[in-house]
Structure formats: C-alpha cells, structure tokens
Design a protein around this ligand. Sequence first.
Ligand code: KG4
Ligand code: ZN
Length: 342
Amino acid sequence: MDKTEDVLILAIESSCDETAAAVIKNGREVLSNVISSQIALHTLYGGVVPEIASRKHIEKINQVIEEALQEAGVTLEEITAIAVTYGPGLVGALLVGVSEAKAISFATNKPLIGVHHIEGHICANYIENKELEPPFACLVVSGGHTHLVVVKDYGEYEILGKTRDDAAGEAFDKVARAIGLGYPGGPKIDKLSKEGNPDAISFPRAKVADAVYDFSFSGLKSAVLNYLNSCEMKGIEVNRADVAASFQKAVIDVLLEHAMEAVKEYGFTKFAIAGGVASNSGLREAFEKACEKKKIKFYHPSPIFCTDNAAMIGVAGYYEYLKGSRSGYDLNAVPNLRLGER
Ligand code: KG4
Ligand code: ZN
C-alpha cells in the first residue's frame, strides 16, 4: 500500500491517571504507544486524586504527543485523523485530552473522532490478534468498569451485564489498601496471591437475583473487611497472602461463572477479556482453561494494552473513522458516557 493511502490515527487518552498518546496505522499496527503514568504521584494518597490528575495531564500532554509522533516517525501533516477518549472517566482529566484533540484537529484541519473508553479497552484485543473479528463476547474488567459485552460488529455493542456497585478493579484496590499493600492494588494482590492458599478463607460469590449477568462486588469487599476486623478483635494474626489469594479466587470465580453462562446461552465461539484486571495472571489462567474446555477461542491483550493506553483508543478510532463517525468542535467530556451512545 502506498504511504499516502495509509490511515494514520493519532490517539489521545487522559480519562484517569495515565497521559497517553499513540499512532496507529491501518487499524491494528502500533507505530508508537507512549504512556506517562501518574501512579507514583497518586500512591501518596492511596488512590487517584482527580484535581491532581487533571493538572498533571496538562503538564504532560504536549510532550507525550510529540514523543508519540516522533517514535512513529510521522508528522502531524501525515496524520489522517485524531481520536480521543471523551468518556467515561474523570471530567477534568477527560477535558484535557478532548481540548487538546480539538485544538490539533482545528489547527491541522483533520477529522476529530470521540472514542468511548470501554470501546477502546475492547479494541485492544485487535492489536495482537490480527485474525480476531466480530462477533465475539468480551469481559471488560477495569478500575471503573465491569461489563460483559457482545461485540456484534465493529462499533456495535450489546451489554449483557455490568456491576451494580464496585468494579472488579475497585474491589482489588480497596482490599489491597485494607491489607496494607497500597495503590494500585490489583498487581500487588496478583503477586501476593501466588504465595497464598485460595481456599483458605471462604468469601461470598454474589449473584444478582433479577439479572444473571450483572455483578456485585461490594459484598465481597465488605466480607474481606469484616474478616480482617474479626481477626484483629480476636487477636488472630492475618495471613495476608491467604486473604489475597482467597479474595482473588472469589472475584475470578464470579467473573468466570457469568462468562461461561453467557457462552452456554449464546453459543459464542470467541471470548475476549480487556481492561486493567484482564492482566491478572489468575484470571487469564482460569479463562484460558475454561475456554479450552469449551473448545472456544480465548483472546487477551498483553498487560501493556490491558491497562489504560492510547493505542487501544487509536484502534477504536480507526474503526469509527471507517464507519464515518466524526465529532464536531462541540465535543465535550462525558464522565458517565454509556457504551453504544454517541
Ligand atoms: O483499565 P485500567 O488501567 O483503568 C480503568 O479504566 O479503570 O484499570 C486499572 C485497574 C486498577 O483497579 C488496577 O488495580 C487493576 O486494573 N489491575 C489489576 C492488575 N493490574 C491492574 N487487577 C488485578 N490484577 C492485576 N494484575
Ligand atoms: Zn481503562
């Protein structure tokens, strides 16, 4: 293909605590993927502080975009379109990326494409699985979301179920804080779990009575906190590795049960996972095994494409671009944007 025919998407992501920019060629080729993480900054406070996140995004965004273009060996003039996350996320954080993308679009006269953050997470699966095409099912598990989604076609989604309270990653972060592991808790619980017994403590696996595919993790989180309190009151020393392993197993069991129930009912032949929690080693292993048993194909992005990044936004932006989706200069940050809405 002649270089002038290539579709080059400059993607920007700033919905939470990563300032990120990437250049994606023809939908699935990552030319660059630059991520400036604020984790160290927020660790001081035990979680993301929205005001600090917005300020840091402003400081970093130009530099991150410049690096992404440089690494890709592409100039702004060569870019076909600019894709940006416009929701869901922290409003102040989102606004930094959206304003930047609008400014670049206006200055270069290139199309602007607003991208849904969860659509981005799902599309991360296309990067390393070139053969993957819709339809398939995808479990999106991140710090803010737990969605079981049918990917009917590019940009066409049906939500089968979602969390009624805490997201899976949120539960990981809160439990990690309670056992003194710090923020972000997911990777730390993942690591400590390997030294613990997942059957040591029996934590609840919640079901939502009127919606088989919906999730609830706040009861599990409370059960862990109650367990820790009761140990303290009785003067029993807590085995943190056992707590981590038993908690992680309870989360995985619930996610897997819901997913396999959907596979049985809808007959999916392809199942993907996405989002920060999708990099959890126990979760990957459990899904890998279950999909193998059911003889269906299992897909997951590499950890770097699971947690927030702009490459996934570029992939989603490419398919939106092909569909003709364009945003105007009135594009705004939408903190509670729902999947499938534009
Ligand atoms: O997708 P993401 O970067 O941001 C959101 O869109 O929310 O996900 C971040 C979440 C955090 O809650 C973090 O603790 C969790 O993903 N996480 C993990 C692991 N790595 C990140 N949870 C469990 N195991 C991991 N290895
Ligand atoms: Zn995310």
